[in-house]
Design a protein around this ligand. Structure first.
Ligand SMILES: Nc1ncnc2c1ncn2[C@@H]1O[C@H](COP(=O)(O)OP(=O)(O)O)[C@@H](O)[C@H]1O
Ligand SMILES: [Mg+2]
Length: 242
């Protein structure tokens, strides 16, 4: 069964029809990548999934519960089971790396100081940055910030992970490193995930299945290999510009 099931989802802003009857299934523990050029509605889609934007019609079901019908209390509970790596993945600038990583844990689990320190260190080891524990975000490079952002997003073992352009603004080498790290962390934590990106290299590394969002529509969810062989005009034109 799909843990995330999106059906006939539509959203317009006045005359701007951003999403038209979009359907997506994400199987438990798998990663779906939504590819699409800038302005195609990828961020709007993620905001609808977390209940920040209401769709005009259609449904988003998570674990068989409708997000659009949730009250704010339920939405908050749902969001606590989610991890996000959003565009510009802001770390809290006034907090050290240690405090940034501890933040999601303190909200959710009763841990003593030692347990907390242990979890933070374990997580930093996973992203290869245990030496950065006492640093402030301003002392980190862009790639390091992304790593810490990833580490923080996953530290509380979210049931669902959402990534908005996780490699945007990074050079190709750092971008590949981050994609590989996402792949490894996904394998360890196995959250059910949706990543939106226009970065094909990233998609090839992290996707179990993918689909292309173009002019508000999205069909042909399949493996990247199958998509790349597709004869569909939209799909072909997307790959032609990569
Ligand atoms: N809150 C909003 N109000 C009005 N228009 C919006 C809003 N959010 C996004 N849009 C419009 O929706 C379209 C898709 O935006 P977005 O999802 O940010 O694209 P992407 O993430 O694929 O680059 C754009 O035309 C954008 O201007
Ligand atoms: Mg966006």
């Amino acid at each position: 069964m799909a843990l995330i099931e999106i059906r006939n989802l539509s959203k317009s802003f006045d005359e701007n029809h951003v999403l038209r009857e979009v359907n997506i299934d994400v199987e438990k523990g798998s990663t779906v990548v939504i590819l699409g050029k800038s302005g195609m509605g990828k961020s709007v889609l993620l905001k609808i999934i977390v209940g920040l934007i209401r769709p005009d019609s259609g449904s988003v079901r998570i674990d068989d519960r409708e997000v659009a019908g949730m009250r704010s209390k339920e939405l908050n509970e749902l969001r606590r089971t989610m991890g996000y790596l959003f565009q510009g993945a802001a770390l809290y600038d006034s907090m050290s790396v240690r405090e940034n990583l501890a933040f999601p844990l303190v909200r959710q689990e009763k841990l003593n100081e030692e347990e907390l320190e242990e979890r933070v260190l374990d997580q930093l080891r996973l992203v290869g940055l245990q030496d950065a524990i006492d640093k402030m975000p301003s002392e980190l490079s862009g790639g390091m910030k992304k790593r810490i952002g990833l580490a923080r997003a996953l530290i509380a073992n979210p049931q669902i992970m959402l990534y908005d352009e996780p490699t945007t603004g990074l050079d190709p080498i750092t971008s590949r490193e981050i994609s590989t790290l996402i792949k490894n962390l996904q394998a360890r934590y196995q959250p059910t995930s949706i990543a939106v990106t226009h970065d094909m290299q990233c998609a090839r590394i992290i996707a179990d299945t993918a689909a292309i969002l173009h002019d508000g529509t999205l069909d042909q969810q399949g493996t990247i290999e199958v998509l790349e062989r597709s004869q569909d005009d939209t799909v072909r034109s997307f790959f032609a510009t990569q």
